[in-house]
Design a protein around this ligand. Sequence first.
Ligand code: CO
Length: 202
Amino acid sequence: MLEDLKARNLAWARRKTETDAGFFKRLVGQQAPQYLWIGCADSRVPANEIVDLDPGELFVHRNVANLAPPQDANYLSVLQFAVDVLKVRHILLVGHYGCGGVAAAVDGKRRGLVDHWLHPIREVRHDHRHELDAIVDDRARLDRLCELNVIRQVRNVASDVFVQDAWARGQDLSVHGWVYSLANGLVTDLDVTVSNVAEMQG
Ligand code: CO
């Protein structure tokens, strides 16, 4: 199996340089992505492929259920580097319908460490329990929770001090909430974009 991956890697690298001889040389020189993607680790949600971007064009952070927890040093390190050093213009918080992490957060089963990781989703469910309880269909209720989770994570990112400081010094930066559909490959913009301090407070 691994030999197959190595062969695929070789073929891929060759294809890249066939169409653009300087492709990898340029990337060695610098990376200057305009976007930070914060998405789910799910293998069916490959960041670059979904938005059809090449290496170098998308800075990516993925974890189970696309969370942006304000105490997570991994996510915070990525966020600060993207905002302060790369100076990305857009942060895309991308959830997906049918997220196993979101489902696992609220199914009542015990799994171990991941139960702690997924705790923020149970808080989202609690905060929106009236809306969610009114949805009869189980799948539709979970899909709505996926959306509400994205909206909460957008607020986490937008309220972070790195982002707040960037806005205070006039940096052009927007935080967006998207949901990806495994069923048709399309993203939906949840229209919760935050681009300055006033929008965050509003
Ligand atoms: Co997921």
